[in-house]
Design a protein around this ligand. Structure first.
Ligand code: PMP
Length: 287
């Protein structure tokens, strides 16, 4: 399978895509990105992803190189040029190629890179049995709402989970839950779904929004409020959410069972609602 990518206005095989070493993405990690799942060739919640991309670009003071209409056309062409009904798209925008200097370069075009990869559904065994996670102190910066390509803290935090033989690192900042190294985290306690509020300390997940919309539409009681460490540690259920992992139950945290140690009833309900919602998206005609 030849993977076709987009680089600065051109579609070409991944192996042929090259960027200069002075690209500020390479030198400084000076850029932002998006990950968009595609189901049956339909980009999932594209407008929401483009809105979050604009928020990230505004956060790093980089002009958007494309209008939403242009992005939509590029996304559709990238999907069409790649194999597979289900894909995930990676969009990466940097502050371009310039002499190495921290301050912004003048009149330098942004670098735009887009890639499609096969999207595999989450392992049914993980949805059935749940995953283990560890906790760690959230030592990232104070603008975690920007989807920045400089992911070194997230890389180190996720590696802690891998080293411990677990699936994710759940982060705590000042005694409160923030998010996972590459996911948002929900908690269920006494039948109520709890979600940390959006703000500068977590990425506003698209899957997070979908979960809360589905909860609201299905009379599931939820509170968007700060989640203290004690609540996390006495949770009946913990879930992680992300565009590629969807919703997964965390059944063990720091080696202790969460609730009964098996996926809980509210997880089962929300996961089913999420699968149904995805199915309606897939049935929509392409626009
Ligand atoms: N937080 C972080 C740090 C992430 O990397 C991700 C995954 N991109 C998420 C949350 C979940 O966001 P989404 O649901 O939009 O994939």
């Amino acid at each position: 399978m030849v993977q076709i990518v987009h680089l600065n206005g051109q579609f070409l095989p991944l192996e042929e895509a090259r960027i200069p070493v002075l690209d500020r993405g390479f030198i400084f990690g000076d850029g932002v990105y998006e990950v968009i799942p595609v189901y049956s060739r339909h980009p999932f919640r594209l407008q929401d992803h483009l809105k979050r991309l604009q928020h990230s670009l505004d956060g790093i003071r980089l002009a958007n190189p494309h209008s939403d209409v242009e992005w939509t056309a590029l996304v559709r062409e990238l999907i069409a040029r790649n194999e597979g009904e289900d894909q995930y798209l990676y969009l990466h925008i940097t502050r371009g190629v310039a002499k190495r200097d921290h301050a912004f370069p003048k009149d330098t075009p942004a670098t735009v890179f887009m890639m499609s990869s096969p999207l595999l559904p989450p392992d049914p065994v993980l949805r059935q049995n749940g995953v283990a996670a560890i906790t760690a102190v959230d030592n990232r910066w104070l603008r975690c709402d920007i989807k920045a390509i400089s992911l070194l803290p997230n890389v180190l935090l996720r590696q802690l989970a891998v080293d411990a033989g677990t699936a994710e690192t759940v982060m705590l900042r000042d005694g409160f839950l923030s998010e996972g190294a590459a996911s948002n985290i929900f908690v269920v306690r006494d039948g109520i779904l709890l979600a940390p509020p959006k703000g500068p300390l977590m990425l506003p997940g698209i899957t997070y929004d979908v979960v809360l919309e589905l909860a609201a539409a299905n009379n599931i009681v939820f509170h968007v409020e700060p989640v203290a460490e004690s609540i996390l540690r006495s949770a009946d259920e913990i879930w992680l959410t992300s565009s590629t992992k969807e919703i997964l139950p965390i059944t063990h945290l720091d080696g202790h069972a969460v609730g009964s140690g098996t996926p809980g009833p509210l997880y089962r309900k929300l996961d089913q609602l999420y699968q149904d919602y995805k199915a309606t998206i897939m049935r929509q005609p392409s626009s």
